[in-house]
Design a protein around this ligand. Structure first.
Ligand code: G3P
Ligand code: CA
Length: 295
């Protein structure tokens, strides 16, 4: 059914027929330049995290300056139910705190230093301004960049944080970033959790969703899996190290976007583009911008 609707909408877009707001998410997304598969998306992974402490404002600012089309951010939830940008469930790696995020209030987490670890780990990239950076809430990031940026948001560990999806959707709605009030492709929501994505799809089917897949061995994908994914997702994301040209072709034959993670080297970017990926997560959005310019 979804495939049928996608075809209808693509055809409508090609011949210039207007689309109804009742159409499902992927169909809508095909009419938006950001999610047109001809537009290769440069996704600044945790910001431009090769150059600044991940998930901090300088990292997101740099991602923007380096022509990232989307800033990618992972969500965790505090003890008092606030969504913050952090990759790990624990504070230890990227702050001077220790323990589980869910056991601390936002006020407590705000007292932590989320930048100095980067200076210690990467002395060649260290900057004084990174010292003492604060953990950011999702709302602070959205309030900072507003509608000038696009957000590629991951529900991390949703099984640990009941209600995370509803809180996320409330924030997006409040800031006019969902279809009811604004262009849905300003935001893509991604997750390794199929359950989390389906929950979001059931609440608001206009938000483009990307299913992340964690392959332990080389990636293979069946027609059934592809049919299942396209019922709720507009695309798939998986490690670029696990896929080959055949895998990319199969995904693209289903009109699903494919955004491998996390690509650093230009030669890997070139190879993936040759295979037909529709974007990629990178810690080095400047490198991807250079590669895309040269093609
Ligand atoms: O979200 C794409 C990629 O970021 C998934 O891996 O562990 O970096 O969130 P991770
Ligand atoms: Ca992520």
């Amino acid at each position: 059914m979804k495939k049928f609707m996608k075809t209808i909408c693509l055809s409508a877009a090609i011949i210039g027929v207007g689309t109804s707001t009742a159409l499902p998410s992927f169909a809508m997304s095909n009419t938006h330049p950001q999610l047109n598969s001809n537009k290769i998306l440069n996704i600044a992974h945790r910001g431009a995290s090769a150059y600044a402490p991940e998930h901090t404002m300088p990292s997101y600012e740099l991602g923007d300056q380096m022509k990232g089309d989307y800033i990618e951010l992972d969500l965790q939830m505090t003890k008092d139910g606030q969504l913050i940008a952090m990759h790990d469930e624990t504070l230890d790696r990227t702050t001077n705190g220790t323990g589980l995020v869910k056991e601390y209030t936002l006020e407590e987490i705000k007292r932590l230093d989320a930048g100095s670890w980067f200076n210690k780990k990467y002395p060649e990239k260290a900057k004084e301004e990174f010292e003492g950076l604060q953990v950011q809430t999702l709302e602070e990031i959205i309030e900072h960049f507003g509608q000038s940026k696009n957000y590629y948001i991951e529900t991390k560990s949703p099984e640990v944080y009941p209600g995370m999806e509803e809180k996320l959707l409330d924030i997006l709605e409040k800031h006019n970033l969902t279809r009811q009030n604004g262009p849905s492709s300003k935001v893509i929501i991604q997750s390794f959790s199929e359950e989390s994505l389906k929950k979001i799809h059931n609440i608001n089917e206009d938000i483009p969703l990307v299913q992340l897949i964690d392959y332990t061995t080389s990636a293979t994908i069946s027609e059934k899996e592809l049919n299942d994914y396209e019922e709720y997702a507009v695309g798939l994301g998986m490690s670029f190290k696990k896929i080959d040209e055949n895998y990319v072709s199969k995904v693209r034959e289903h009109d699903l976007l494919i955004h491998p993670y996390t690509v650093v080297e230009k030669e890997d970017m070139e190879r993936l583009l040759d295979w037909g990926v529709t974007g990629m997560f990178t810690n080095n959005p400047d490198s991807l911008e250079e590669v895309l310019k040269e093609r």
